[in-house]
Design a protein around this ligand. Structure first.
Ligand code: CS2
Ligand code: MG
Length: 408
């Protein structure tokens, strides 16, 4: 069996999805996602210029050797651009393998450990009452877990994950305003004074059952993160996410010394070497990698297996930037993983997105049910794709009030 062609498509409704289609001489094709948010053209170029020419003619069933060829053969290893490009190839090869076996992907991992996988939605508010309304909106829809992000009184600009007033289900589409980032201002003191009490109030309003998650989004220093984690311990959060940048994995020890709040980290990681110390030293409770950014299914399965040895559960990234292909790969891993935790779910469920990526996965009452179709369970409509093209966008950058460049 041989790979005869591979095509890359960039664009989509509200997103610059980077979709790879690998075609074989037996007519079976595989789909993969290389969407690196706000840097989408780079994995696309890596695929077109370097990886695809070395893919043609290979046996698509040899996904491990192909992964090793591209990882070791690059010489300069890792990084989100390369790992997103490999990730797409790997995802597509697993899709082909499962189609050949006439099985949904999760069967190739070891079958189902659960029917439904718990997901969480993003509640957001410009102030606490707005956020309470947003949480109530998702609880009404049957979600059992909700991430909560709130505007901070007096904060010069909105702050992370905050929608304008009255928008409860804001589909966070890419800001296609070009490559020049907008600037936001952050003030840690205002956040530290307001957010712990706000989380407390949310717990009081919604009772003990609701799983409440909060994303600090890398904004605190390790000591501040330890103080914050201690201050919210009584809230019984499901998790506190990215409390401090984890480039320095050992910095997380300080939080563990001061609080039992569950810690979730990993959405910015692209390899097992970014998180092996966090996992082996049990400094986190959830690993947040995404199949696309972290080298595909083959590499993410290694991370999941290491995490399982250390009581660390999965909490795969599922931001609006993720393609339904990445979310499908994660849905299959979520069905299988013995150490599944929760899945972030914010894919744009719009008719346009469904037309581009016809899929059979279902979301009912805050639970994701994986498709039993052979392969990933998602298709890709090239005719639909023809109407989209790349539009440059960028994350904001964040400064402190004195101008210091901070973490977005
Ligand atoms: C966020 C992400 O979903 C999350 O947990 O941290 O949405 C993040 O802001 C984006 O992926 C950045 O591109
Ligand atoms: Mg996050």
């Amino acid at each position: 069996m041989k790979i005869t062609d591979a095509k890359v498509f960039v664009g989509g409704p509200g997103k610059n999805y980077v979709t790879l289609k690998i075609v074989t001489d037996q007519g079976v094709y595989g789909l993969g996602d290389a969407t690196l948010n706000n840097r989408e053209t780079l994995p696309a170029a890596y695929l077109q210029d370097y990886l695809i020419p070395n893919l043609i003619g290979r046996d698509p069933r040899n996904s491990e050797d192909i992964w090793q060829f591209f990882y070791r053969g690059a010489y300069f290893r890792r990084g989100p651009i390369a790992m997103a490009a490999f990730g797409a190839i790997d995802m597509a090869l697993w899709d082909i393998k499962a189609k050949l076996a006439d099985m949904p992907l999760y069967q190739l991992f070891g079958g189902k450990s659960r029917d439904g996988a718990l997901v969480y939605a993003h509640a957001t508010g410009s102030d606490l009452e707005d956020l309470i309304d947003s949480i109530a909106f998702y609880v009404e829809q049957g979600y059992k877990a909700v991430r909560v992000q709130c505007g901070i009184p007096g904060m010069p600009t909105k702050g992370y994950g905050v929608a304008d007033k009255g928008l409860t289900d804001t589909p966070f589409i890419t800001d296609f305003s070009g490559v020049h980032p907008k600037e936001e201002i952050w003030d840690t003191d205002r956040y530290m004074r307001f957010m712990p009490a706000a989380l407390s109030e949310i717990r009081d309003r919604f009772g003990p059952e609701l799983k409440i998650l909060h994303d600090v989004h890398h904004r605190l220093l390790p000591r501040e993160a330890a103080e914050f984690a201690k201050a919210v311990e009584h809230v019984n959060l499901f998790w506190l996410e990215d409390p401090t940048p984890a480039d320095d994995q050992s910095a997380l020890k300080l939080i563990r010394q001061h609080s039992t709040v569950p810690i979730a980290i990993g959405e910015v990681f692209n390899s097992i070497w970014d998180c092996n110390q966090l996992i082996e030293n049990e400094l986190i409770d959830f690993i947040r990698v995404a199949v696309t950014y972290a080298g595909g299914i083959t590499h993410v399965k290694r991370i999941v297996d290491l995490a399982a040895l250390h009581h660390v559960r999965t909490g795969f990234h599922g931001a609006p930037s993720h393609s339904p292909l990445c979310m499908a790969a994660q849905a299959h891993l979520n069905a299988w993983a013995p150490n599944f935790g929760i899945q972030e779910y914010l894919v744009l469920d719009t008719p346009e997105c469904d037309a581009l990526f016809p899929a059979k996965h279902t979301l009912i009452n805050g639970m994701m049910y994986v498709s039993d179709e052979p392969g990933l369970g998602v298709d890709f409509d090239e005719n639909e794709a023809a109407q989209y093209s790349y539009k440059p966008g960028s994350h904001p950058i964040v400064r402190l009030e004195d101008g210091t460049l901070w973490n977005y």
